[in-house]
Design a protein around this ligand. Structure first.
Ligand code: HEM
Length: 305
């Protein structure tokens, strides 16, 4: 009897929530889009090459298409004019990210730049990126570092290509590109060789980051903390000469209405996010460019010359 009551009332509650949601959305006009499945939305319709599937939808539904990826409402914009209108007039309404629960564990969102709502903290961190990271000065300063990382990468690839295993199975080049990108970032951000076999911290960090990239769901965000703490000790002992991004973060002094200093946790998460932002993106882009060049031998010749 009690179980029946529980089951019936749960069903009634679910129906109520479902219809309430539907009524709510009915009041809000949404852009056009194809009909989707309940709960799954359009996931199954996207296919293995989603950007091509979505490009085809443009012909039927126009440049703004409304999709549901599972239960997540998603608006796809496929025209430069609409994108420009969108970013000019509606940027703030869409600037904040959707935060999934796993990201809240260990207070990650409290220190994150990538997930921060639009506001003072996000602006401060983005300004640091703009003036300290994405500037010619830092790019020029690190030419030799990048050259070194690329030379190492070529040596690793050559070694594997000449090994018995490599000759039999070929070489998965992107593994080495990722490693080289990761190492370049390590040098640029905190003057740290991330592939140094002697450094347990570096190897642990690398392994955990690879795990996170593959969505193991684990949160090893505290790992760069080891490097931050080590640097604070080095600075106290006055043993360092060259100033890198980590020093800039440690010496940060905020202006009016800004945080006076950055905490160790904020710096740790910032470093982690730069690794996130810069490693997989860069290695995937290089992999894609190499694939296209191999598919287009004439272009490859032009690039080589
Ligand atoms: C080919 C390589 C790269 C691609 C394709 C790429 C792509 C992107 C995209 C699409 C965004 C906007 C994300 C959004 O707002 O939703 C972004 C933001 C960003 N990227 Fe990259 N990126 C690349 C390399 C890098 C590198 C090397 C770094 C750092 C060294 C970097 C640091 C950042 C930062 C700090 C942001 C801003 C994050 C925020 O404001 O929350 N990216 N990138």
């Amino acid at each position: 009897m009690e179980w029946n009551f529980f089951i019936y009332s749960s069903i009634i509650l679910l129906i109520f929530i479902f219809y309430k949601k539907r009524l709510h959305y009915k009041r809000l006009p949404t852009p056009p889009g194809p009909p989707g499945w309940p709960l799954f939305g359009h996931i199954f319709q996207l296919g293995t090459i989603p950007h091509r599937t979505i490009a085809v939808l443009k012909q039927k539904y126009g440049p703004v298409v409304w999709l549901k990826i599972g239960v997540v409402n998603t608006m796809v914009i496929q025209s430069a004019d609409v994108a420009s209108e969108f970013f000019k007039n509606h940027d703030l309404s869409f600037a904040d990210r959707n935060i999934i629960d796993v990201m809240r564990s260990r207070n990650y969102t409290k220190y994150s730049m990538a997930l921060a709502p639009y506001g003072v903290y996000w602006r401060v961190m983005r300004r640091l990126c703009t003036v300290e990271l994405f500037v010619n000065k830092r790019i020029n300063e690190t030419v030799s570092v990048r050259r070194n990382c690329i030379d190492h990468m070529l040596q690793w690839i050559e070694k594997e290509a000449n090994s018995v295993e490599g000759r039999r199975n070929g070489v998965q080049v992107v593994r080495y590109i990722f490693l080289a990108t990761f190492n370049t970032l390590g040098h640029m951000i905190m003057s740290q060789d991330m592939v140094d076999p002697e450094s347990k911290d570096a190897s642990l960090f690398f392994t955990s980051m690879k795990g996170m990239m593959e969505w193991s769901g684990e949160q090893h965000w505290i790992l760069p903390a080891t490097f931050v703490k080590k640097r604070i000790e080095e600075n106290k002992a006055g043993v360092r000469k060259r100033k890198d991004l980590l020093d800039v973060l440690l010496e940060f002094e905020g202006g009016k209405n800004e945080p006076a200093k950055l905490s160790e946790s904020e710096i740790t998460v910032f470093i982690l996010e730069i690794f996130f932002a810069g490693s997989e993106t860069t290695s995937a882009s290089v992999e894609w460019a190499l694939t296209e060049l191999l598919r287009n031998p004439e272009t490859m010749i032009k690039v080589k010359n």
